[in-house]
Design a protein around this ligand. Structure first.
Ligand SMILES: [Zn+2]
Ligand SMILES: [Zn+2]
Length: 284
């Protein structure tokens, strides 16, 4: 049996999303998905809430969280509590944005979780080899993230797919949805080899899904999202944080992002784009 899961969704427990865990489950089922992973910024509370709410034995909810590290965002999947890094348990958006990658990966592994490097080339052009093959390395990367190409590197997904091949690590797909209509825009098809729907209660088969991901029995599918979702998400964040003074600037960004190539040209002219980080050598 194969199941389709969107493995990267933000809920209202993130500072930049208003979609409740219950709404995520409802929309994902409506769009034909077999499950979701909820990965809020620096907290597992949204994922745990969704796990609690899910009453459908045929639907999988994986609690996770997305942490900011020195080498970009890392999604921890199959978490059961907040990770403990440097003696601090993050809650909400309070943890330092540049945690050491190794410590985050170790803290995820300590719970039996899987560490996934999210949108690895969204705003950089290379990563050092130890991220993928060192003593403490990520278990998988996102080969496709619907939002990855909306920032500074439009080829971010192609680059990630190539990287997964080069290091022979599982490549997953996730929408990185912050807004309701983004849910399911990308997903991972996971092969639960030798298992049929009659044999298992999907809601309780986390260990099968985890093993399939680690063994690379995965394929990803997806569509890129519109660039306008980025300023829209920033507007959601400004409303939640009541930083209304940013609104005129964000509305301008939204208008530019909606103008297609003309807007991109204007953003470039204003210095907003085209500043992807310079390539680093493998030794760095
Ligand atoms: Zn991210
Ligand atoms: Zn995300």
């Amino acid at each position: 049996m194969k199941v389709n899961l969107d493995l990267h969704i933000h809920s209202s427990f993130s500072p930049d999303s208003r979609v409740t865990p219950g709404e995520i489950i409802r929309l994902a089922k409506q769009r034909g998905l077999d499950g979701v992973a909820i990965a809020d910024h620096n907290t597992v509370q949204g994922g745990l809430a969704a796990l609690e709410i899910n009453a459908d034995p045929d639907f999988i909810v994986i609690p996770g969280a997305e942490y900011s590290t020195e080498y970009g965002h890392v999604v921890g999947l199959f978490l059961s509590e907040e990770i403990d890094v440097q003696g601090r348990k993050p809650k909400g958006y309070t943890l330092s944005p540049t945690l050491p990658l190794g410590e985050v990966v170790q803290a995820i592994h300590a719970q039996g979780g899987i560490a996934v490097l999210a949108h690895p080339f969204q705003s950089r052009l290379s990563l050092p080899a130890h991220v993928f093959e060192g003593p403490v390395k990520v278990d998988a990367i996102e080969g496709f993230n619907s939002r990855a190409g909306t920032r500074t590197n439009p080829d971010a997904n192609a680059h990630a797919a190539q990287c997964a091949k080069e290091y022979d690590i599982p490549a997953l797909g996730g929408s990185d949805a912050h807004l309701p209509w983004e849910i399911g825009r990308a997903y991972t098809r996971i092969d639960l080899r030798g298992v049929s729907k009659e044999d298992v209660c999907l809601r309780e088969c986390h260990s099968l899904v985890r093993a399939a991901i680690l063994e690379g029995r995965v394929e990803y599918f997806g569509r890129e999202t519109q660039r306008a979702v980025v300023p829209l998400t920033e507007i959601v964040k400004a409303r939640k944080r009541k930083t209304y003074c940013r609104m005129p600037y964000l509305v301008l960004k939204l208008i530019l992002a909606s103008l297609g190539p003309v807007g991109l040209w204007l953003e470039n002219a204003l210095g907003e784009q085209g500043n992807a980080k310079k390539p680093k050598t493998k030794a760095e």
